[in-house]
Write a protein that binds this ligand. Structure first.
Ligand code: NAP
Ligand code: MG
Length: 479
């Protein structure tokens, strides 16, 4: 028997959509000056214009960096850690109190299912502030000397896939360590960062400790190249990451980069099939596959391939694609027309290279940006869909016979952010984990995040770690 779901939309009335014609500088929303303009942000599910937002120019970035510098020198870096911690706790509590508003706004602006923004993005963002609030007065015990100093003003640039969560990953450790920040959210998803600015006001955070400058790539370029910045933290594409590394190499500025990935999710023939299938689905269809650590390459042991793929197709047929505000939706909208075009191009290269494409029957809405959950079989290592990051709901399946072959194929990528291993054998998990060249290796699970666990990559996935004790190092003057 097949059950139909009634629509279960989350109300959007909790969110007040207004034009955010202002940048958050020195604790106030202020108009842009000089070369600034405005841009529109849309809901990717409907193409409805949600708000007009200020595009910050050079003068605006100057003002934001100056505000962050003044706050660093006068208040934040001289305030005892236990006092800083109180502000971080307060922000964490307000994130929880306003969680529904944040989740609805994130889903509207980004296109991700409300189930994910409500149950993953917002709670994890709050957890990052709680966790780092705890470190604020314990930095002398973090293993970086008796009295580690902050770096100064951090310039932070984040992507559109987890807008509020990436903001939390950047701002919470910076503030806990005594730095002040200027952050630029992505052009297509600026709204939760602006709501976060309001939360900073509500928490009475001293003016200038957090500054938000909205805009596109040019604003990001102005920020990371600004001479008043002591530290740059970037999450986004490898291409832009390389440009930023070149810019920072010309100065004494410290840099951490969290870039792309092409993770292998390795399934051995002794793995429980249904559990592994849940992990494969979560690995590549969570957040429409807009995940740097997505398990976008399934490596399945040849003897189990048929069973695993049959179970995967059955499971994919139950995924519900559609209105991201519906509480039953599993797969939401692709974030932008540009990203949709990129996914289509790469999927077409899979067809042209001779791989077999399969998607479950699914009706795509007429408006907005959509791509169905897709799996390619018959993929070889030379195919573009096995090498390049698609950043969409597209899985490439390869097979292997021996553990050694699995390791070799998994590591055959310029990236090294994450990997997954599915097997009943504990010894095999340890054997694999020691050989996989990836910053995070998940065993019998995937896409699990915790603020106490460091996250980051090898090779073209970047350098530096975010989260945990290791993540503090990126914001302390310890070299
Ligand atoms: P991107 O261009 O690297 O964007 C990341 C952030 O950097 C955004 O805030 C972006 O601003 C800003 N930016 C762009 N050019 C810049 C520059 N020259 N200097 C400083 N900042 C700059 O990534 P994207 O174009 O959004 O996505 C492209 C691909 O990157 C994706 O298909 C995916 O493969 C990868 N990606 C990876 C991650 C990750 O989590 N590692 C996240 C997102 C994307 P605007 O958004 O306003 O342009
Ligand atoms: Mg948007």
């Amino acid at each position: 028997m097949k059950f139909e779901y009634a629509p279960a939309p989350e109300s959007r009335s909790i969110v007040s959509l207004r034009d955010w014609n202002g940048l958050f500088i020195g604790g106030e929303f202020v108009p842009g000056t000089g070369g600034s303009g405005v841009f529109k942000t849309v809901s990717p599910a409907t193409e409805e214009v949600l708000a007009e937002v200020t595009s910050a120019g050079a003068e605006d970035v100057d003002r934001a960096v100056a505000a962050a510098r003044a706050a660093y020198e006068r208040t934040w870096s001289v305030m005892p850690g236990r006092e800083r911690g109180k502000y971080l706790f307060r922000i964490a509590r307000i994130l929880q109190e306003r969680s529904r508003e944040l989740a609805v706004l994130e889903t509207l602006d980004n296109g991700k299912p409300i189930r994910e923004s409500r149950d993953v993005d917002v709670p994890l963002a709050a957890a990052h502030f709680f966790y780092h609030a705890g470190w604020s007065d314990k930095l002398s015990y973090a293993g970086y000397g008796p009295s580690p100093r902050p770096l100064g003003v951090a310039g932070q640039v984040i992507p559109w896939n987890f807008p509020l969560l990436m903001l939390a990953w950047k701002i919470a450790p910076a503030l806990a360590c005594g730095n002040t920040v200027v952050l630029k959210p992505a052009e297509t998803t600026p709204l939760t960062a602006l709501l976060f600015a309001e939360i900073c006001q509500q928490a009475d955070l001293p003016p200038g400790v957090v500054n938000i400058v909205t805009g596109a790539g040019d604003t990001g370029r102005l920020l990371v190249g600004h001479p008043g910045i002591d530290k740059v933290a970037f999450t986004g594409s490898t291409e832009v990451g390389k440009e930023i590394a070149r810019t920072c190499a010309r100065s004494r500025r410290r840099l951490t980069l969290e870039l792309g990935g092409k993770a292998a999710n390795v399934v051995f023939d002794d793995a429980p099939v249904d559990q592994a299938v849940e992990g494969i689905v979560n690995g590549i269809f969570f957040n429409q596959g807009h995940v740097c650590c997505a398990g976008s390459r399934l490596l399945v042991q040849e003897s189990a391939a048929e069973d695993v793929l049959a179970a995967l197709r059955r499971r994919m047929a139950t995924l519900r694609l559609g209105d991201p505000l519906d509480k039953n939706t599993d797969v939401g909208a692709i974030n932008s027309a540009k990203q949709l075009a990129k996914i289509r191009t790469l999927a077409e290269s899979g067809d042209a290279d001779g791989a077999q494409r399969w998607s479950p029957p699914c009706v795509l809405p007429d408006r907005g940006f959509w791509f169905p959950p897709t799996v390619f079989t018959g993929v070889s290592q030379a195919h573009r869909i096995a090498r390049e990051e698609i950043f969409g709901p597209v899985l490439s399946v390869l097979t292997f016979r021996t553990p050694a072959e699995a390791v070799e194929k998994a590591n055959n990528t310029p990236y090294g952010l994450s990997a997954g291993v599915w097997t009943e054998k504990g010894s095999r998990i340890l054997w694999m984990a020691g050989r996989l060249r990836a910053g995070v290796v998940w065993a019998n699970t995937f896409n699990r995040f915790d603020p106490s666990s460091p996250f980051g990559g090898y090779k073209e996935s970047g350098y530096g770690r975010e989260g945990g004790r290791h993540g503090l190092e990126a914001y302390l003057d310890v070299h």
